[in-house]
Design a protein around this ligand. Structure first.
Ligand code: FAD
Length: 473
């Protein structure tokens, strides 16, 4: 009997943005047998809005980056959920490890030079993004000399490189390919639109058409998501029937699988997960692309500890202080980028850490991490920040269901001549008629990797790919 949209069994692995986008789209297109298997006990994946302090806090994705060409923005633009952040964070102060505060006029000069050092789409160059930024930055600084203080210029460059790592999701900019900036398409408009006091989960609710104020209502996906179902093995060869084995031993059969697990999970688990192993081109893509680590710190206070005129602060390390902490237990604090206020959360501070020091931080106890951060505040600030009422740090890398935060293009990917298109390529059935095994998720997006809008597009892409086969046969 030939399969139809009513009878075909589609299993989606993962209920993050891409899995939810794929699932809801398939149902809209007439598929009836759609099941999502999720390893965690919640939907959302790297969208994780939790009740915190005076409203919600996003531990993963927080902002809708841009308007034009951003499917998240397009989906919600008439519903008044998003609020502009505008230039708010431009006023974050720069403080040095000797407690000096850099005056705003001075920091503006450095920020402008640093931002102009980011390669734009028309720039042709070979090498890494880090090489380019460093060279452009110093070229401009040297042109402006003698009005510029070299020591401060070095400290600003270090701080900016850290900030860019949190944007790209990399350990350092010297592993990021120039194609990262060339092929990523920025959406015009406000780049930091936030979800007021509702959190990014609002977007998922709208995708599913779930009821407001009922976080457990999955709308169109009610009854179609199985939680705590971590997939241990996917048998995808011999015949056209696919067999999934969960960690709890449960066996599930399918005609089509859409795999949305993160690049980090694929990197760690692909050789055990897929039986037989994935084709060489797919493995090269998994190995060549990279998922970096970006973690957040969230602190709730009785009252906001920052002075009224302070939105937040970036850390500028004096070289001698940096050398000093590198041989102490606080070495990881070097990669803490900034702390700032959070919209609609008057008593909160949010901080950021990236790269290998973030991964080290994840291995420490929460008490030890907080102790380190309070030490850092004491070293840099000339006002006191008390112990918070409540503290959270994220552990996106330590969690085996993520193994990192968001993906980027490496120089290795360029050397291997691989990219998201290799991750995207479906594995077809023996007649080359239907896709058996499909791949979605932010890392498979050619133009919007590392974002929720990119992840959503890939979920829709794979649902459309499957639907197309059933429409044309
Ligand atoms: C700290 C942080 C900040 C971010 N900030 C932003 C931002 O401001 N704006 C923005 O656009 N993007 C941001 N992002 C990126 C964005 O969150 C992701 O790109 C997007 O959510 C990824 O969605 P996805 O569906 O591709 O993957 P995921 O959300 O990772 O979904 C995959 C799902 O698969 C599940 N899974 C994994 N392994 C298995 C298994 N073996 N079996 C079954 N299920 C499994 C996981 O539990 C997960 O739910 C941020 C991410 C992080 C971590």
């Amino acid at each position: 009997m030939s399969k139809t949209k009513e009878t075909a069994r589609v299993v989606i692995i993962g209920a993050g943005a891409s899995g939810i986008a794929a699932g809801t789209r398939l149902l809209e297109q007439g598929f009836r047998n759609v099941l999502l298997l999720e390893a965690e006990d919640r939907i959302g994946g790297r969208i994780c809005s939790i009740p915190f302090a005076d409203s919600l806090m996003d531990l993963g994705a927080q902002w809708c980056h841009g308007e034009k060409g951003n499917v998240v923005y397009e989906f919600v633009k008439d519903l008044n959920f998003l609020e502009r952040t505008g230039d708010y964070y431009k006023n974050v102060q720069f403080v040095r490890s000797n407690k000096d505060k850099i005056v705003a006029e001075q920091s503006k000069i450095f920020i402008e030079i640093a931002e102009n050092s980011i390669p734009n789409k028309n720039v042709e160059f070979y090498g890494t993004e880090g090489d380019y930024v460093k060279q452009k930055y110093w070229q401009e600084i040297n042109e402006q000399k003698p009005s510029i203080d070299n020591t401060l210029a070095t400290e600003f460059l270090e701080s900016f490189l850290k900030y860019e790592c949190s944007v790209d999701g990399c350990d350092n900019l010297f592993e990021v390919s120039n194609r990262n900036h060339k092929e990523f398409i920025e959406s015009d408009g406000d780049n930091l639109l936030h979800w007021r006091d509702k959190g990014y989960r609002t977007f998922l609710r709208l995708l599913m058409d779930g009821k407001e104020n009922q976080p457990n209502d999955l709308g169109k996906l009610n009854g179609r998501v199985l939680f705590n179902r971590r997939i241990a093995e996917i048998k995808w060869s011999q015949c056209n029937e696919l067999i999934l084995r969960c960690w709890n031993g449960e066996i599930i059969q399918a005609d089509h699988i859409i795999c949305t697990v993160s690049l980090g999970v694929l990197k760690e688990q692909h050789s055990q997960l897929f039986v037989p192993p994935l084709p060489r081109s797919k493995v090269r893509a998994i190995e060549g692309l990279k998922l970096g680590t970006v973690d957040k710190f969230v602190m709730e206070f009785q009252v906001q500890p920052l002075p009224a005129d302070c939105v937040g602060f970036n850390f500028l390390w004096l070289q001698k202080d940096l050398q000093e902490i590198r041989s102490t237990e606080w070495f990881w604090l070097e990669s803490v980028g900034s702390f700032h206020r959070v919209s609609h959360q008057p008593r909160l501070l949010e901080g950021w850490i990236t790269g290998q020091h973030a991964r080290h931080m994840e291995t420490l106890t929460e008490e030890k991490v907080l102790e380190g951060l309070l030490w850092l505040f004491g070293k840099f600030l000339c006002f006191n920040i008390p112990e918070p009422k409540r503290f959270i740090r994220t552990q996106w890398h330590a969690n085996p269901n993520f193994r990192g935060s968001y993906s980027f293009r490496t120089t290795l990917a360029d050397d291997l001549n691989i990219g998201p298109w290799d991750l995207e390529a479906p594995i077809m059935d023996s007649l080359n008629k239907y896709p058996k095994l499909q791949f979605a998720g932010e890392a498979s997006s050619k133009t919007h990797f590392g974002t929720v809008n990119g992840a959503t597009e890939t979920g829709w892409r794979e649902a459309d790919r499957l639907s197309q086969c059933y429409t044309t046969t």
